[in-house]
Design a protein around this ligand. Structure first.
Ligand code: UD1
Length: 323
């Protein structure tokens, strides 16, 4: 049976991919150093062969890659504002860590690496929707690191013949996303605040828009990309999103319905390094590996809020902490 490796397996996206692979009866290894990943995210993943180590630890990563067929590379410090505050750490995890992993993958003769790219590489270019043939224009250090990772993927395909696929995720949300840090994704923060009857803060006028993508769509995209014929996907970059966009003001209204929150919304100055609008063209992923979103925004919000309400109750009870 093939073995899969998920980097960042204790993070929101990594644990979701690992969980689906295990549900499909696959043999799965995970690596995470818990820098932003959470031990509680490994709950329910007891069948995972887990290695606690940093992605920059060459020995541990070489060990993790041994006998692996395909890697899902999700490890990173996932935040635009955190990268603005600390670009060195963001670069170390995102860029050096990616090179370490690629070297280990090449040495271990791994067949394919599927890489977590980001919509942030498009920056503030005015054209919508964003398609993969547009010139990237990253603003934040996070976006630069994600783009560098993509280029390393392509380099390793061209130079060493390692199959790589980059999936540019667009604002992923869903169960298991950490809502407790001010670096968390906006929907996670707002869902938690509203359930706790606390006032959410919108940075800017709330008219910024995002192609918010429910986690199940991203997991689906990863599995399809891992199975697609190399000639269709290897060395290439694909958007994985929904092809629709929602403003923050609209998202708040949908969250109000899901959470029952009827209080105020606070407005504060726009955040540095922010992108105004983001919307994906998902035609290429559809054409090359049959990707289509499975879950639309409102349903994703319902499922996310349900999860925070039930499973993450203790977190909600402690709301008002770090944020
Ligand atoms: C960006 C990327 C996304 C990536 C993520 C990783 C873009 C378009 N998207 O997300 O693909 O996965 O980084 O971190 O570049 N906001 C509030 N109040 C809050 C928190 C956030 O108003 O309490 C606003 C932000 O200012 C921003 C929007 O909500 O305008 C979305 O922010 P966030 O969820 O942090 O994600 P992006 O930075 O858009």
């Amino acid at each position: 049976m093939d073995t899969y490796l998920v980097t960042g397996a204790a993070g929101f996206i990594g644990r979701s991919i690992a969980s689906e692979l295990l549900a499909r009866g696959k043999r799965v290894r995970g690596i995470d150093n818990f820098s932003t990943g959470k031990r509680e995210n490994l709950r329910g993943l007891e069948a995972l062969d887990f290695i606690e180590a940093d992605i920059n630890d060459a020995t541990a990563v070489a060990e993790a890659c041994r006998g692996v067929e395909c890697i899902f590379h999700e490890a990173a410090i996932p935040s635009v504002p955190r990268s603005v505050e600390d670009p060195v750490t963001s670069n170390h995890a995102g860029v050096s860590g990616t090179v370490q992993l690629l070297v280990a993958a090449r040495n271990a003769k791994v067949r394919r690496v599927v890489y977590a790219g980001s919509s942030s590489v498009y920056g503030n270019t005015p054209t919508l929707p964003k398609s993969e043939d547009m010139l990237p224009s990253p603003i934040s250090p996070y976006a630069v690191a994600k783009l560098a990772g993509e280029l390393y993927m392509q380099s390793f395909t061209r130079v060493y013949g390692l199959e790589t696929v980059t999936l540019r995720y667009f604002n992923v949300f869903g169960p298991c996303q950490d809502p407790t840090s001010h670096y968390s994704g906006v929907l996670a923060i707002f869902a938690l605040k509203m359930l706790a009857a606390e006032t959410p803060t919108i940075y800017g006028d709330g008219e910024q828009s995002r192609d918010f993508t429910f986690i199940q769509n991203v997991v689906h995209g990863n599995l399809l990309a891992s199975e697609a014929p190399a000639e269709r996907v290897s060395g290439k970059v694909f958007n994985v999103a929904t092809g629709t966009r929602i403003t923050l003001n609209q998202a708040v209204e949908i969250l109000r319905k899901a959470t029952g929150y009827s209080g105020e919304v606070r407005y504060a100055p726009e955040r540095g390094g922010d992108v105004k609008h983001s919307l994906a063209d998902i035609g290429l992923a559809k054409q090359c590996f049959g990707y289509e979103p499975l879950v639309q925004f409102s349903e994703g919000v319902e499922r996310t809020v349900d999860w925070y309400r039930t499973v993450a109750k203790p977190v909600i009870a402690g709301a008002g902490g770090e944020r």
